[in-house]
Design a protein around this ligand. Structure first.
Ligand code: ZN
Length: 98
């Protein structure tokens, strides 16, 4: 799912792939995987959101105890080419090959 108003124009295939995998993980916990930001919104100056290499995923619809669990599972599933960051109100996922 995509939150109304989110701009996904220019999203990169690597992030689409991450969203597919995230969907599988969220589904294990019976919750929807909702994109709350892609190329829209305000982010830090050099944010990968602006190049379509990052998305934010909603967390507020699930138990707060699950947030770090889901973030860690996603981090493991995506591997070293991605960064997964649990923020206060979302999970930030970016493609960042080293
Ligand atoms: Zn973000």
């Amino acid at each position: 799912m995509i939150k109304p108003g989110v701009d996904v124009r220019g999203i990169q295939p690597e992030i689409l792939l991450a969203r597919i995998i995230a969907g599988e993980i969220f589904a294990r916990y019976g919750v929807a995987c909702i994109i709350t930001s892609a190329l829209d919104g305000k982010h830090s100056k050099n944010s990968k959101h602006y190049t379509g290499q990052a998305i934010d995923l909603r967390t507020r619809h699930m138990d707060a105890r699950l947030w770090p669990v889901v973030a860690e599972e996603l981090n493991k599933a995506l591997g070293p080419q991605y960064d997964v960051v649990l923020e206060s109100d979302h999970i930030h996922v970016e493609h960042d090959p080293k």
